[in-house]
Design a protein around this ligand. Structure first.
Ligand SMILES: CSC[C@@H](O)[C@@H](O)C(=O)COP(=O)(O)O
Ligand SMILES: [Zn+2]
Length: 210
C-alpha cells in the first residue's frame, strides 16, 4: 500500500525540522523527497529553509524531474532524486543534506571514494549486518550542471546495487531508504561515521587503526 500525500508531506516536514536542528541542513540547503507512486515523487520546492517547511513547500514531479504543479519550482537537484527512484523500485525516500562533516571530509579525501570498515554502526545501513563488512561511499566532484552530474552518478548506481549513499565533494550527502524514517536513520549513521573518520584523521598516528 502506498502512503498518502498528506502522510508523506508530514514525514518530510518533520525530517526537515530534525535535520535542521542537528545542523545538517543549514540555511536553504538540502532537498528531500518521497515516492508517491511508481511514476511520481513528492519533493521540496527550491530555495526554502528546510527547518520550517509547510505542505505548500512540496510539489509532485514525474520520474524525469518535470514539475507536475505549474506554480511551483522544483529543487535544483530534482534529477538526483528521480534517477534514484528510476534505478531502484525499492527506494521510497531520498534525503540530501549539507553537514559540515560531510563537506570537510569530502574535501579532505582526494580519492574518488571512502570506505567505512570495522565500525559497529555500519549495521545501521540497509543490508549491512556486520562490522566486518566494507561500506564503499563514492565521492563525485561537484557540478552546477545537475544533468551532467546525474549522468556521472548513474553508472555507479548501475554497478553498485548495494550502495547506501554518496557524497558530492564540498557539497553534501545523498542517501535513501524504503521510507523517510529509513533514510533518516542512514543520514544519522553517515554523520556518526563522518565524525569518527575526521577525528581519526585529526589524531593522526595517535589513533590506533584496527
Ligand atoms: C543554499 S546552497 C544549496 C543549494 O545550492 C543546493 O545544493 C541545495 O541543496 C538546495 O537547493 P534547492 O534548489 O533548494 O533544493
Ligand atoms: Zn545541495
Amino acid at each position: 500500500m502506498t502512503a498518502s500525500r498528506e502522510y508523506l508531506s508530514q514525514a518530510i516536514i518533520e525530517a526537515g525540522r530534525f535535520l535542521y536542528a542537528r545542523g545538517w541542513s543549514p540555511a536553504t540547503s538540502s532537498n528531500y523527497s518521497a515516492r508517491l507512486t511508481s511514476t511520481e515523487a513528492l519533493l521540496t520546492v527550491s530555495g526554502k529553509h528546510k527547518g520550517i517547511l509547510g505542505a505548500d513547500d512540496l510539489l509532485a514531479v514525474d520520474m524525469h524531474g518535470n514539475s507536475l504543479e505549474q506554480d511551483k519550482k522544483p529543487s535544483a537537484e530534482t534529477l538526483l532524486h528521480t534517477q534514484l527512484y528510476r534505478s531502484r523500485p525499492d527506494i521510497g525516500a531520498v534525503l540530501h543534506t549539507h553537514s559540515v562533516n560531510a563537506t570537510v571530509l569530502s574535501r579532505l579525501t582526494l580519492s574518488d571514494s571512502l570506505v567505512f570498515a570495522d565500525y559497529e554502526l555500519q549495521k545501521a545501513f540497509s543490508g549491512v549486518s556486520t562490522h566486518e563488512s566494507q561500506v564503499l561511499v563514492p565521492i563525485f566532484d561537484n557540478d552546477q550542471d545537475i544533468a551532467r552530474l546525474a549522468a556521472k552518478i548513474q553508472p555507479w548506481l548501475d554497478a553498485h546495487p548495494d550502495c547506501v549513499g554518496y557524497l558530492i565533494r564540498g557539497h553534501g550527502l545523498y542517501t535513501w531508504g524504503t521510507k523517510v524514517s529509513d533514510a533518516l536513520r542512514q543520514v544519522e549513521a553517515f554523520e556518526f561515521l563522518f565524525e569518527c573518520e575526521l577525528k581519526i584523521k585529526a589524531l593522526g598516528p595517535l589513533a590506533r587503526q584496527p
